[in-house]
Design a protein around this ligand. Structure first.
Ligand SMILES: [Zn+2]
Length: 401
């Protein structure tokens, strides 16, 4: 079984095959003749490679197309419902896994909580068991049609080696994720930072489809971004690109987990918003939160959002202030990257207009030009599954591009 899995993946790696596959993906249903025209490959080359793709079941013949006289051409489409990818979203508290087809339909789920402290070996064991469970629960699908495993990992990731260089929330370093999972499952494994995976997922399946340059920003437990320029996801020289959570917004601001002061993350990420509420309450501010919780330590970002919807002034102020700080950070990014679209996701963004109104107003106020002021700022499409679907799309890049 394992050799076939690697085999079916290798089969699709050749450049012309990928070119044809991608043409069918983007323009299907499409005839062989149209593929030849679009790819500038010769009709016999297209015909041969299409035969191979049909044999590998990656491509299927669909309905007959329109004829301009003579025999109706046979149309081709990707057999997306019959090929699969395993995607993992590794957060600070849990590993969430999905078993999906190439249309990103989620066919199965599995997850595990992460309790600290963990060693690298224990962490890899947890990851392995989530994947094993997914494969077992979905064994009715053709296992030879699994293209591989994508891992969206929080923290700093060496994408070329598939190593988690530093996972701050787990306090782990140098975890050889790719080597370990490839040896265990005999499948192709891709590892990427979670915010960048989310951006890729939005590019393939979400609100970033067909947009050549955009940024996707995740505002949750931490703050990270994926930056796509001309359709390509960027990493930087040492995989630090997009670590916008540690952009300094206020040098005299609160201490960040990184040790610096006034990082964007320390002013607008979920845990810091909660801390802000706690300290305001301990210094005597009244809030509905005190009716809901026995001790200030129980205050969470969700609770603050609930408070805001009940009209609690403290909760509303805190979320609006986080929105302003995010607006400052995003204006800086607009001036550096100049994307046509910014997509926002993550727990804090679920607070909706309590955060977004001030965020957008701050960009309008601070942007350098009319275009910068009016940069489109929207939310992600894929929601809570976005990062896991992003992990799935890591394998698509390999197959189709
Ligand atoms: Zn920081």
């Amino acid at each position: 079984m394992s050799h076939l899995m690697t085999g079916s993946f290798q089969l699709m790696k050749s450049l012309n095959r990928s070119l044809i596959l991608n043409t069918i993906r983007k323009s299907g249903p499409i005839s062989r003749a149209e593929i030849a025209k679009k790819t500038k490959l010769t009709p016999p080359t297209v015909s041969n490679l299409v035969s191979e793709l049909i044999e590998s079941k990656m491509v299927i013949e669909s309905s007959q197309g329109e004829s301009k006289g003579g025999r109706k051409p046979t149309m081709l489409i990707i057999n997306a419902k019959n090929f699969f990818i395993v995607g993992l979203d590794v957060g600070p508290h849990s590993i969430k896994g999905v078993f999906a087809n190439l249309d990103a339909d989620i066919l199965g789920r599995s997850s595990i909580a992460l309790k600290l402290p963990l060693t690298n070996e224990q962490f890899l064991d947890r990851m392995t068991s989530v994947i094993e469970e997914l494969l077992k629960e979905n064994s009715q699908y053709n296992q030879e049609h699994i293209l591989g495993i994508g891992v969206a990992m929080h923290g700093i990731v060496d994408v070329s080696k598939g190593i988690s260089i530093f996972a701050p929330s787990l306090q782990l370093r140098d975890i050889p994720i790719k080597d370990h999972l490839e040896a265990h499952f005999k499948m192709n494994v891709k590892v990427e930072n979670d915010a960048r995976a989310l951006a890729l997922g939005e590019a393939w399946y979400g609100n970033g489809m067909d947009i050549s340059s955009f940024m996707c920003i995740n505002v949750g437990y931490g703050i990270g971004a994926g930056i796509i320029i001309d359709g390509k996801l960027y990493h930087g020289d040492d995989f630090l690109m997009g670590e916008i959570g540690h952009m300094t917004i206020d040098p005299d601001g609160p201490t960040c987990s990184c040790g610096n002061h006034g990082c964007l993350q320390a002013l607008a990420a979920g845990p810091f918003i909660a801390e802000r509420a706690m300290s305001e309450i301990s210094s005597g501010k009244t809030s509905i939160l005190t009716d809901w919780t026995e001790v200030p330590e129980q205050i969470t970002g969700e609770l603050i959002y609930q408070g805001a919807t009940e009209g609690d002034p403290l909760c509303i102020d805190i979320l609006r202030e986080a929105g302003s700080y995010l607006g400052i950070g995003i204006t800086n990014l607009i001036h550096i990257v100049n994307p046509s679209l910014i997509l926002l996701g993550g727990g804090v963004i679920k607070a909706g207009d309590f955060v977004l109104e001030n965020l957008r107003a701050t960009v309008k106020q601070r942007g350098l030009t009319e275009q910068a002021k009016n940069t489109k700022i929207e939310t992600v499409k894929l929601g809570d599954d976005g990062t896991a679907i992003g992990a799935v799309s890591l394998l698509l890049v390999e197959v189709f591009n």
